[in-house]
Design a protein around this ligand. Structure first.
Ligand SMILES: CSC[C@H]1O[C@H](OP(=O)(O)O)[C@H](O)[C@@H]1O
Ligand SMILES: Nc1ncnc2[nH]cnc12
Length: 286
């Protein structure tokens, strides 16, 4: 049974190095440049964990400028098997109230200026192959189930699933955009889930996200503003913290060998450069 190590990416307002016992800072370099900040390695209930502030510890990096590739690479490089993340989101549905948590199950990508793959063939990329990864299920189902069960046990207001539209930002959506996302059936809107979730898949990491609704996007509330978002986050951040503290020992009790093997296989079956070289007979037995 593989030992787990859990990466935690703290989003807006949810970046508390204090949740780790014996936290030590580690500077990591990656082939894609530096991650958003130092990694903080430590333990939660005896389980190895690594904390990374998505926007930097002083919140100085905007969503488009986050080096998502470096962040995910760094967590993989220090041996993480799992990544659990928090994200502040606008609600697109009446029944998802500010303060509620959603264990996200899919996404709609409305970003347009981000590096979204390790396999880009660029001179500094260690990967030259062309890879087309599946994104269903986009998030690790078993980790999601544990998050959901734990949130319910803790009595937190939680929704079992929902899809997030990730916009490029840094501006919020217009009312027309917000209404289009609702017509598309999306539950939430944020600025950071993509390409983080996609890169985690390429890196073979078991990734799950807890979205915290901080506002009803402008379709309902008229104007979204950062003051309201942050007030809400401060009032509700404890919920995500409690959830992460409680779920981590549960994750560590499970055997993840199957899930980790599935991730490796998924990469193997997605590498068109390598698959193209196979004969018909080899392809048949793949
Ligand atoms: C302060 S609202 C905009 C900001 O909040 C979210 O950040 P994160 O996902 O890191 O919690 C959202 O995606 C935007 O980046
Ligand atoms: N309404 C909203 N739109 C985009 N990102 C957000 N993060 C928090 N609220 C948001």
């Amino acid at each position: 049974m593989s030992k787990v190590k859990i990466g935690i990416i703290g989003g807006s307002g949810l970046n508390k190095p204090g949740i780790l016992e014996g936290g030590t800072e580690k500077v990591v370099q990656t082939p894609f440049g530096p991650p958003s900040d130092v990694l903080i390695e430590g333990q939660i209930s005896g389980v190895d964990c690594v904390l990374l502030a998505r926007h930097g510890r002083e919140h100085t990096i905007n969503p488009s400028s986050i080096n998502y590739r470096a962040n995910i690479w760094a967590l993989k490089d220090v041996g993480c098997t799992h990544v659990i993340v928090s994200s502040a989101t606008g609600s697109l549905q009446e029944d998802i109230k500010p303060g509620d948590l959603v264990i996200v199950d899919s996404f709609i990508d409305r970003t347009f200026k981000r590096e979204n793959t390790f396999y880009d063939g660029s001179p500094n990329s260690p990967f030259k192959d062309v890879v087309h990864m599946p994104m269903e299920p986009a998030f690790c189902s078993k980790t999601r189930s544990l998050l959901l069960e734990t949130a319910r046990d803790l009595g937190l207001p939680v929704h079992e699933g929902g899809s997030v539209v990730t916009i490029e930002g840094p501006r919020f959506s217009s009312k027309a955009e917000s209404n289009v996302f609702r017509l598309q059936g999306a539950s939430l809107v944020n600025m950071t889930l993509v390409p983080e979730v996609c890169l985690a898949r390429e890196a073979g990491l078991l990734y799950a996200a807890v979205a915290m609704a901080t506002d009803y996007d402008c379709w309902r509330c008229g104007v979204v503003n950062v003051v309201e978002v942050l007030k809400n986050l401060r009032a509700n951040a404890k919920k995500v913290e409690k959830l992460f503290l409680a779920v981590i020992p549960k994750i560590a009790e499970q055997n993840w060998d199957n899930e980790l093997k599935c991730m490796k296989d998924m990469l193997k079956y997605s590498n068109q450069t390598q698959i193209s070289k196979l004969s018909d007979a080899e392809l048949e037995v793949l």
